[in-house]
Design a protein around this ligand. Structure first.
Ligand SMILES: Cc1cc2nc3c(=O)[nH]c(=O)nc-3n(C[C@H](O)[C@H](O)[C@H](O)COP(=O)(O)OP(=O)(O)OC[C@H]3O[C@@H](n4cnc5c(N)ncnc54)[C@H](O)[C@@H]3O)c2cc1C
Length: 377
């Protein structure tokens, strides 16, 4: 049988997982990354049970586990008072691991490097055509049985095919930074847990405190985009410190590598056109309130590879893949947007059964795995 070939635009979480899963199924794969190097962007990340199962399926789970932090609780505090304390372990059917983005990326990239995958950096996709051609900025045309647009929220592959239906920006957003843990200086408290700090009556600022490992901490500082002082970079300590004095040792030591990202949701008319499939943020960007974007991007990348691997009809396989994955993906998008919109009205609380549902999904291709929940650390 002739070996089938995929050209993938984008070497992020979705692109790498698709590349690994297709290569494992006998395809030849080339990944085009616009950047000069294969690396992660951003500070820290939550990966929940659904994403952890995908990592186990592709062989990256053990490396992630070694480099990540496990917190059994997600605590919400408003002015020092605990208003919600959600447990994430075997009893709730979902765990969360938190880690630096580079830890997650390195673990997936290490698996990809062991497969027969070709990487081309400084290779920016500018478009694709339904007959299976990816075009790059240097004028080259790369023919494939399947082209995958995994080129993120600003996807050129998607836009060249006119597939975007909605792109909704909100007035919320986050500054993401890394800082040293400084546990000894933080005063009394369990600083190994994820803690969501609110200060509701003053202004709608929030700091999500996320341990990533023994030495690194991820801080996500949320402020509305119209708040020029709170969204200013470098971080305005005079704005953030008075509201969150208990975090002074870490706020004063944040890394200078930071940026403000507004929340947005994106939906497409279809997830594919001819021989081109769109995955990850390019297909379904979502606001990050449930921390599900990368987990679902990886889920849909794995299930795409499974759907097309031995398909006689690519069109049928892509239609079946979208019919299976899209409803639960859009559920997560809509739920994430609703949580972000309603949290202030709910006093910062967010972990309803509805909000937990995406993390408990058993991803396609991971049904055979044992429950990871009871696995020792
Ligand atoms: C503030 C914030 C916090 C978040 N927190 C979480 C969280 O805790 N947990 C979680 O699961 N998700 C989270 N997400 C979502 C998560 O970051 C994304 O869903 C995830 O990164 C999507 O992966 P991707 O591979 O589709 O896209 P990306 O990670 O954006 O990767 C796209 C890749 O394609 C490359 N590229 C771009 N354009 C081109 C081109 N034209 N040609 C070639 N290459 C190109 C880029 O350089 C990049 O390497 C968060 C998002 C935000 C904004």
């Amino acid at each position: 049988m002739v070996r089938r070939h995929a050209e993938i635009a984008g070497g992020g979480f979705a692109g790498l997982v698709a590349a690994i899963a297709l290569a494992e199924r006998g395809w030849s794969v080339r990944v085009h990354e616009k950047g000069a190097a294969l690396r992660a962007f951003g500070a820290g990340i939550f990966i929940w049970e659904n994403g952890l199962r995908v990592l186990a399926a592709i062989g990256a789970y053990d490396d992630v586990l070694r480099g990540a932090h496990r917190s059994d609780f997600y605590e919400v505090r408003d002015r020092g008072r605990v208003v919600e304390r959600q447990r994430f372990d075997a009893t709730t059917g979902s765990r969360m691991l938190t880690m630096t983005r580079q830890t997650l990326y390195d673990a997936i990239l290490a698996v990809a490097r062991r497969r027969d995958i070709e990487f081309v950096v400084n290779s920016e996709a500018v478009g694709a055509s339904p007959d299976g051609v990816l075009e790059t900025r240097d004028g080259r045309r790369w023919r494939a049985d399947l082209v995958v647009g995994a080129d993120g929220v600003g996807s050129k592959v998607r836009d060249s095919l006119g597939l975007q239906k909605e792109r909704t920006a909100t007035t919320l957003g986050l500054i993401r930074v890394l800082a040293p843990r400084c546990k000894a200086e933080l005063g009394p408290g369990n600083w190994d847990e994820v803690i969501d700090f609110w200060n509701l009556p003053r202004r709608s600022l929030r700091i999500l405190y996320v341990p990533c490992n023994e030495t690194e901490l991820y801080l996500a500082l949320m402020a509305p985009s119209y708040d020029e002082e709170a969204t200013a970079l470098p971080l305005r300590q005079d704005i953030w410190l008075p509201d969150f004095p208990e975090l002074e040792p870490v706020i004063t030591r944040v890394s200078s590598d930071h940026r403000y990202d507004p929340y947005e949701t994106g939906k497409l008319t279809r997830w594919s056109a001819g021989r081109v499939a769109i995955i990850g943020d390019a297909a379904h960007a979502m606001v990050p309130s449930l921390g599900q974007g990368a987990g679902i991007a990886m889920m849909n990348a794995l299930s795409l590879a499974i759907a097309v691997a031995d398909a006689r009809s690519l069109a049928d396989a892509l239609a079946a893949w979208e019919a299976e994955e899209r409803p639960r993906t859009e559920y997560a998008q809509d739920c994430s947007a609703a949580v972000a919109r309603d949290r202030v009205a709910h006093g910062g609380r967010m972990w309803t059964e509805a909000a937990l549902r995406p993390s408990r999904v058993i991803p396609t291709g991971t049904e055979h795995l044992p429950s990871l929940i009871d696995r020792p650390r």
